[in-house]
Each structure stands twice: as structure tokens, then as C-alpha cells.
Design a protein around this ligand. Structure first.
Ligand code: UGA
Length: 458
């Protein structure tokens, strides 16, 4: 059992802290927000994450985890301090490291015994070196402090499972002592450990995330071409997936990737390359394709409808993916302002994301249009002129094609997640536009080609 402190109680820090406690370590989670600390002490998770609350309560009762704003008491005699604070994107695409710097300084001023500082937050290559230097510069007591890199690979919605059953643990260290300490911390997890130097560990995180982002953008690019040439992206993906060099995961074309990681990490790596005078063309392309992808359906719909003014627009799903209340870089955030500007009366449904969304777009009149949050899919669809599907929640997938036909004023659906088969929508008499597949258009309506997809010179 080791004494571990964790700085930051977001997705990275809190989940790591809870999982360390679960395998038997003694954990103190530090956050500057007193209300959040009290909430966590009472067994309530500040984030929506499967299994997290149960494990928080179990380990708090067992005395293996505590929460505090008093960083000094948490850091002073810790064997290891994990940094899991945010590294938000700055306007130029670089990562903002000010939260990391604040924690590093607090550590330097607090530690009273030898300790390993482990950076879990995603940070540009070379940051760990800087953090170590920074801590040495401000160190108050005569103790040994080393910095190690230990990027995390959890996906929101399955964070606890991804941590306890990770496919690999990456540790980046510059000394035997640091490597052994991390090995000891992770021993009770019984997972494969890849031990490399610090800069390689930092790069593994970006290279992995950006590869996945690239995979998605590649599929979206191919999907757009499929539409132009009459192929079906889902059949294409299926055919590709049998090649185990390609694999079957992350081949789903859709309305673009969102969340707090892929958009930020693609831009950060591209920025890092630029700083070094190198043009990272592949990642740049992934970013460009993704940007266009997010409003692809809106543009198709606008062409078809001419205007949204006075139309009831149903939106199913607001979060960037199912299983989370996180809205960061969600396609809904790109499309809702465009629809409101065009005078749409939006009726939005999301099982968990409504409250966060309503903070940004309060219910009622907004611009030329309005937004209403509804608690059932039926309310959203009732007499609607058009429906956009932005998140593939289970509840949304469970809606039958006939329901759109029955409830909507005009059964016109733009599906950003390809959740229905084209055939079943056709059978149900629903006009249906999705990504990379043949649209189902109503008789009498000419198949509208998306201007965005027009090839050069066409
Ligand atoms: C991602 C990675 O999957 C994690 O491994 C990583 O640890 C995490 O970022 C991070 O850096 O912290 P996350 O952002 O939670 O996790 O979500 P994903 O499930 O990877 O989805 C990201 C986006 O890609 C979503 O918008 C999703 O809709 C989209 N996506 C995913 C597709 O459009 N198509 C796919 O086939 C898969």
C-alpha cells in the first residue's frame, strides 16, 4: 500500500484516485473547489461516469480515499503525487499549462519526504522535463523529487472500466527509482506495463489519440466520397474490418469527433510540429475534415428546406457521445447556433446533457428562434418538421422508424450517427439523410446533392 495524492478531480484525476483506492492504496484527492470536495465527501460524483459513485462510496467508507482542498497536508508525506488537472486548448491550438504549473509549485512548497510526481494530464512532449525543473527551482525542503509521465487512455463513459482493465499502462521515467515506484503502484492492477523514457511516453499519448482521430476523419472522408459515387460507407467499413491490420473499431463514419480529447490533442500535436518547423500533414487533414463534417447535415438540410424560420426542429442528443454529460466540442454546439440564427424552434432531447446545454442556451427565445428542452423523444418529434440525430444514445436508437412517420409533421430525418438502416427508413416512409449512404428521398422530391460534397469543377 502506497500513499498517493491526486491533484485535480476531473475525469482523469478522480477516476485514477478512485481506482488506486480500489486496488488498496491510500488516496487523497485534492481540488481547489470546496463545494466539489464536500460533494465528493458525501459520496456524490461531480461527473457522470458509470460505476464511479459506487466505488467512491465503497472506498470512502473503507477509509481508503479522502478529498480535500488542503493540498499541503495531502502532498507533504505522499509517496507519489499524480497530476490530473486540465490542459485546455488555447486559441492558437497549444495546450494551456498554467494549471500544471500551479500544482507543480504547490508540490515544491509542500513535500517533506522523497516523492515521485506523476503527470497524468495530456501534455506536450518535453513538459515533464520542464515540470521537474520547475519543482526543483521552487523546492523548499531538502528532499528528492522526480517527475514521471503516465498518460491515461480512458474514454469517457467507460472511464472506470478502462482504468481497471486498461489494455496497457504507459510509464515514462528517467531513473530506475521512478520506474520501480510506478511498477509498485500499478502492480495490483495486473496489467501489461510498457516502460519507456518520458518524452516517448508523452508522445505515445498524442500519437494514439491522433491516430484514432485520423481513423475517424479518414472514414468520414471516404463516407463523403461514397455518397458521391453511390457506395455505402457501412458496407465499406464492414468489408475493411475483416483485415486485422485495420481492425473493426473506430470505423464509424458520422458527424465528426468531439469531446475534450481528440479535437484538442490533434490541434496540440499539429502545433508542436509547427513549433519545430515540421508540417504534420496527416493530422492537419484530420482536423480539416472534422471541422467540415460537423455541419455537413445542417448544410444538406438547409438546401432541402430553404429556411428553418418557424419550423419545429427536433434534436435528439446533445452530448459529444453517449454515456457522458460532456458537451465539449459536441456537434450540437456547432449546429444549434446555426439553426437558431435561421429562426428554428428547437425541441431538444438528451437523457443527461440538457442541464449543461441549458446553461449555454437557456430555454426560451434565442436570436431569431427558440429552444425548448423536453424530457421525452416523443415530445421532441410531435409535429416536428425536421429531426436531427446528433448522439447515438440507446434511447434514441430504440425509436422505431414508424415513430418518426407517425409523430412528425413531415418525417424528415438527418442522422449524424447512421443508426438506422436505409432500407427500414424507406419501408417506413421516412425521408432519411445520413452519412456516406444513399439518401431516402420522398417521391416528387429531387435527390438533393450536398454542395459541400460537390467535387471540384462539377
Ligand atoms: C478518447 C480516447 O478514446 C481515449 O483512449 C483517450 O484516453 C481519451 O480520448 C483521452 O485522451 O482522455 P473520449 O474522448 O472519451 O476518449 O471518446 P471516444 O469514445 O474515443 O470518442 C471520441 C469521439 O469520436 C466522439 O465524438 C465519437 O462520437 C467519435 N467517434 C468514435 C466516431 O465518430 N467514430 C468512431 O468510430 C468512434
Amino acid at each position: 500500500m502506497l500513499k498517493i495524492a491526486v491533484a485535480g478531480t476531473g475525469y482523469v484525476g478522480l477516476v485514477a484516485g478512485v481506482c488506486f483506492a480500489e486496488v488498496g492504496h491510500q488516496v487523497t484527492c485534492v481540488d481547489i473547489d470546496e463545494t466539489k470536495v464536500n460533494l465528493m465527501k458525501s459520496g456524490v460524483s461531480p461527473i457522470y461516469e458509470t460505476d464511479l459513485e459506487g466505488l467512491m462510496q465503497k472506498n470512502y467508507s473503507a477509509g481508503r480515499i479522502d478529498y480535500t482542498t488542503d493540498y499541503k497536508s495531502a502532498y507533504k508525506d505522499a509517496d507519489a503525487i499524480f497530476i490530473g488537472v486540465g490542459t485546455p486548448e488555447q486559441p492558437d491550438g497549444s495546450a494551456n499549462l498554467s494549471y500544471i504549473a500551479t500544482v507543480a509549485r504547490q508540490i515544491a512548497e509542500s513535500v517533506e519526504k522523497d516523492c515521485l510526481v506523476v503527470v497524468k494530464s495530456t501534455v506536450p512532449v518535453g513538459t515533464n522535463d520542464k515540470v521537474e525543473q520547475f519543482i526543483q527551482d521552487f523546492l523548499v525542503n531538502d528532499v528528492k523529487v522526480e517527475v514521471a509521465s503516465n498518460p491515461e487512455f480512458l474514454a469517457q463513459g467507460s472511464a472506470v472500466h478502462d482504468t481497471l482493465h486498461a489494455q496497457r499502462i504507459i510509464i515514462g521515467t528517467e531513473s530506475k527509482w521512478a520506474e520501480e515506484m510506478l511498477m509498485k503502484i500499478y502492480e495490483p492492477f495486473h496489467l501489461p506495463i510498457v516502460s519507456v523514457n518520458r518524452r516517448s511516453a508523452e508522445m505515445i499519448k498524442y500519437a494514439s489519440n491522433d491516430f484514432l482521430a485520423l481513423k475517424i476523419s479518414y472514414m468520414n472522408d471516404i463516407a463523403n466520397l461514397c455518397e458521391l459515387v453511390g457506395a455505402d460507407i457501412q458496407d465499406v467499413a464492414k468489408g475493411m474490418s475483416f483485415d486485422d491490420r485495420i481492425g473493426s473499431k473506430f470505423l464509424n463514419a458520422g458527424i465528426g469527433f468531439g469531446g475534450s480529447c481528440f479535437p484538442k490533442d490533434t490541434k496540440a500535436l499539429e502545433y508542436l510540429a509547427r513549433q519545430h518547423g515540421y508540417e504534420l500533414k496527416t493530422v492537419k487533414a484530420a482536423i480539416d475534415v472534422n471541422k467540415k463534417q460537423k455541419t455537413m447535415l445542417y448544410k444538406k438540410a438547409r438546401q432541402r428546406l430553404i429556411t428553418f424560420n418557424g419550423l419545429k426542429v427536433a434534436i435528439l442528443g446533445l452530448t459529444f457521445k453517449p454515456g457522458t454529460d460532456d458537451l465539449r466540442e459536441a456537434p450540437s454546439l456547432e449546429n444549434v447556433p446555426l439553426l437558431l440564427e435561421q429562426g428554428a424552434d428547437i425541441f431538444a432531447y438528451d437523457p443527461v446533457g440538457k442541464e449543461n446545454f441549458a446553461r449555454l442556451y437557456p430555454e426560451g427565445k434565442n436570436g431569431n428562434g427558440s429552444i425548448t428542452y423536453v424530457s421525452s423523444i416523443e415530445e421532441a418529434l410531435e409535429r416536428a418538421n425536421v429531426c436531427f440525430i446528433f448522439t447515438e444514445w440507446g434511447e434514441v436508437k430504440a425509436v422505431s422508424p414508424e415513430t418518426y412517420k407517425k409523430l412528425m409533421r413531415t418525417p424528415l430525418v438527418y442522422d449524424g450517427r447512421n443508426i438506422y438502416s436505409v432500407h427500414e427508413m424507406q419501408e417506413a416512409g421516412v425521408e432519411y439523410h445520413s452519412i456516406g449512404r444513399k439518401p431516402v428521398v420522398r417521391e416528387g422530391l429531387k435527390e438533393s446533392k450536398n454542395l459541400e460534397l460537390q467535387t471540384v469543377g462539377s
